[in-house]
Each structure stands twice: as C-alpha cells, then as structure tokens.
Design a binder for this molecule. Structure first.
Ligand code: ADP
Length: 484
C-alpha cells in the first residue's frame, strides 16, 4: 500500500487511515446491481492496515476526548451541513452502488444526516448525576466519559445512515472510530469520510478500512484490546461470531441483527391505513431492511379485503433501475440475495401458498424480483422463519388476538413489529405483549434519529439513535468524594 497526498474526488477509490488516503494494488470491484457493471475499484485491505487504523484511532483519541462537547458539536454540525449540501451527489452514488431508487437515496441522505445533526446536539447533554449520600462525610457523583476506540461494521442496505448512526454518537461522545463498510457499498462510506475531513474532523478520529475479506478485518477489530467497543449491524449469524470474538477482550457491544417483523391487521383496522403501512414497511428498499414486515398476520374477517386491497397497490409498483424516474422498486443487492428470495417463494408455493401478484423474478434484469403478494402462507414455510429481504409480502391468517400474539412472538427475533387496529385498548394490550424492540401502531415507518432503534431476543443488544444511542458510547464513572 502507499499513501496519496491529496484526497481523491469521489466516487472515491482509497481508504482513510490516520488522515491519509490509502490505496492498494489489491483491489475489489464495486458493482452497480441494476446493470452488473463495475463502477469503481477500492482497496482490499487486510490485518496490517486494520492495525494501522486502530493505531491512528488510538493516537487521535486523547485530543479528541479532551475537546469540549461544544467544540466537537461545532465540527459535527459542519459535517451535517456539508453532507446535506452534497445530497444529490451522495444520492447518485448510493443508487449506483446499492440500487435503491433515487428518491429513496435522497431520503436516506437526509435520514443519515439527521443523526449527525442530532448527535452534534445531544453530545452536549451527556449528563452525570449527584447522588444523595449515605454517609455524612462523603459525596457521590457520576461523570460520563467516552469509551475509547470504537469499531463500526456496517451493512449495505443503508450505506450512509447505518454509518452515521454509529459514527456520530461515538464522535459526539469523544470516541474515535474505525469503520469497516460493507463490501457491496464502500463508496458512500468513503464519500462520507471525505466530507468529514472537509468539515474539520481531525486526522485519525475517523478511519475507514475497505476490504473484501470481512472476516480477517473483523477478527482484528474484535481481538485488539485497544478497541473498546464494537457496533455492528448485519445478520444474526455474523453477529454471533463477533459476539464470541469480542469475549476475549470483554468489549462493549451494540448489535443490530436480523429481524422477522410481524405486521398484525385486526378486523377493526382502518384498511387503507393498514395497506399503506404494509406497503411502506414491506416494499421500501425492495424489501431489504431489517424492519420490513416479514409476516403479515391478518384476522380472518378482513383477510380477503386486505389481500385484495394490498394486491391492487402492489400491482402499481414500477420496477427498474433506481436512477430512472418513477421507479419504486430497484434491484436486489447481489446474486445471493436474488437466489434466496426465489428459493423462499418456490418453497412457499410448493407448500400451498398462492401468489396473487408476482411470484417470480422480474425480466428487467438478473437481480430484479417482481413485487409479490403471497396468500395462505403457513408456519411450515421457510419464509415465516427467515428474513425474506425482498419485495414479497407473506399473508398469514389468524382468528383471535391471543393467536396473533402467539404467532407474532413465535420467533427467536424481536426487532420491529406493527399492528393495525382502531381499538385503542386492543392496540395497547397487543403492543405491550409483542416481543419487539419497536412497535408501530397504525404506522409502517418509524425510524428516526430521536427514537431508540434496536431489538430484543436474537435481534441484538443496545439501541441506536436517541439519548440511548449516545449512552452506548459512554462509560459511567462513579466518584466518591470522602474526607469531608
Ligand atoms: P448481510 O447478510 O446483510 O450481508 P452480513 O452480516 O453478512 O449481512 O454483513 C454485514 C456486515 O458484516 C458487512 O460489513 C460484512 O462485510 C460484515 N461481515 C460479514 N462477515 C463478517 C465476519 N466474519 N467478521 C466481520 N464482519 C463480517
């Protein structure tokens, strides 16, 4: 590897370590999923460069931690403004490497930037406490301090927001960070890092290591004792590996893992609201979000009406490359993802599910799948137990509230859940009974920077966004002042 003096223009092709843009002879391609064409190559870095990034983050930590929250806030605020000013550029880059429609990419830049803005402000409010004493000669105080060097491993489905949701609370708290972006979407991460430097984030405070060997880089990040905290968003399978690898150095962890979100539609639901909620929750990002409704549980009295109304809306969805105007459903991220969706639908239809819309790959291109609605889905089908991560709605019938709650909770996952009912008592009872970190009541979209995002059970540990999201990067120190 060698260092370049001047930062490259993005689309970017160099990693950022200690304020230097690092290139390598060993590179891997970034592919536009809509066309299959290579749009850039980025460095394929390994253990040595990961160590160098940790060195840089460790070296930068004392000065960054010592800055006042207000000084850090001013820099983060500038980053927010620069990112916002670059919305169009970033959105084009995102659609090129990730595939989502441009309208969604623009919305994600705003969503991603909202975390920078929020944590710039919230960093100023990392309050400790004074605790009433139990002994006359003593006083009790707690203070909040940054944990130290943080590693952030990000997924490809939200190439900007999943990075800012981890990085900005860490930076606001006074931590320094090494980011490993997903191999499918490194360009947005590198562009964000470039804009962070422009905003005045000091060398080494934010580092980005691109790699095609996530396991090798991940192992170094987990095993290095100087990394005090790991924040990961991705599959439960990989989350378990990282959890185990972090045991040796007893790292703090935030894990945002897989979901299997139930969306419950009761007989007394406002059907238009329920359909709109299901559409928003299911088909955004071509169904590739961990809070997408994976199982749509519909009470028998409203089942047929709901299925038909949903089908009518789904038929209107335009599939195509994300850069084309009017497109609402883009390609899936890669061949494995497309194969998985196809297999899950084949399994379901072979076991008796009916595709009332779609049910097959789209002829737009190899990675496109038709927006689909399947009825008569039952627990024998694999898609009831696994994240579909594609534009396929699975409708399951239920009779009673108790049955709905039992079915909804019958999963090791517990990230998002949704319910639609006009009866406030029922809505409240069911919301309390659902084993999930987040519940949307008559609402299919709820992620924002001020609300705690996260899961229970095997969907993860900790929360991102909100006050809780800052807390994840702070240690509480108790100081006992004696001898008074
Ligand atoms: P998905 O199935 O959504 O692609 P993954 O969990 O495979 O989710 O990927 C999420 C992130 O985890 C990506 O940045 C990926 O490179 C990274 N990753 C995958 N395997 C490992 C591993 N063994 N160690 C560390 N990171 C990994």
């Amino acid at each position: 590897t060698h260092m370049n003096a001047s930062p490259p223009r993005y689309p970017n092709n160099a990693s950022l370590i200690g304020g230097d843009w690092v290139t390598s002879k060993d590179t891997f391609p970034v592919i536009d999923p809509a066309t299959g064409t290579e749009i850039a190559r980025v460095p394929n870095l390994g253990a040595a460069e990961t160590k160098a990034a940790i060195d840089a983050a460790e070296a930068a930590f004392p000065a960054w931690a010592k800055k006042t929250a207000k000084e850090r806030a001013a820099i983060l605020r500038r980053w927010f403004e620069i990112v916002t000013a670059e919305t169009e550029h970033l959105a084009q880059l995102m659609t090129a490497e990730q595939g989502k429609p441009l309208t969604e990419s623009r919305a994600e830049v705003a969503y991603g930037a909202s975390f920078i803005e929020w944590f710039a402000e919230e960093g100023k409010r990392a309050y400790g406490r004074t605790i009433p004493t139990t002994a006359a000669g003593k006083r009790y105080i707690t203070i909040k301090q940054p944990i130290g060097v943080v590693a952030a491993i990000a997924p490809w489905n939200f190439p900007i927001a999943m990075i800012t949701r981890k990085v900005t609370p860490a930076l606001a708290a006074g931590c320094t960070v090494v980011v490993k972006p997903a191999e499918d979407t490194p360009l947005c991460a590198l562009a964000l890092a470039k804009l962070a430097l422009d905003a005045g984030i000091p060398s080494g405070v934010l580092n980005v290591v691109t790699t095609n060997d996530a396991a090798a880089v991940g192992k170094v990040l987990c095993e290095d004792a100087r990394v005090r905290k790991l924040s990961f968003t991705g599959s439960t399978e990989v989350g378990r590996i990282l959890y185990a690898q972090c045991a040796e150095t007893v790292k703090k962890l935030t894990l945002e893992l897989g979901g299997n979100a139930p969306l419950l539609v009761f007989d007394d639901a406002d059907i238009d609201l329920a359909v709109a909620g299901a559409m928003a929750s299911k088909y955004r990002n071509a169904g590739q979000t961990c809070v997408c409704a994976n199982r749509i549980l519909v009470q028998s009295g409203i089942y047929d009406r709901f299925a038909n109304a949903l089908a009518a809306e789904v038929k209107k969805l335009t599939v195509g490359p994300g850069r084309e105007p009017g497109v609402v459903v883009g390609p899936l991220i890669n061949a494995d993802a497309a194969k998985k969706v196809e297999k899950l639908v084949q399994d379901a239809t072979a076991k008796g599910a009916k595709a009332i819309v779609g049910g097959a790959p789209s002829d737009v291109g190899p990675l496109f799948y038709q927006p689909s609605v399947l009825t008569d889905v039952t627990p024998e089908m694999t898609m009831v137990h696994e994240e579909i991560f594609g534009p396929v709605a699975a409708l399951i019938r239920f009779e009673t509230d108790d049955e709905a709650i039992r079915l909804a909770n019958d999963t090791p996952f517990g990230l998002a859940a949704y319910l639609f009912s006009r009866n406030i008592a029922r809505a409240w009872r069911v919301a309390e009974a659902l084993e999930a970190g987040m519940v949307g009541v008559n609402e299919g979209l709820f992620s924002n920077e001020v609300a705690p995002f996260g899961g229970v059970k095997q969907s993860g540990l900790g929360r991102e966004g909100s006050q809780e999201g800052l807390e994840e990067y702070l240690e509480t120190k108790f100081i006992c002042l004696g001898g008074l």
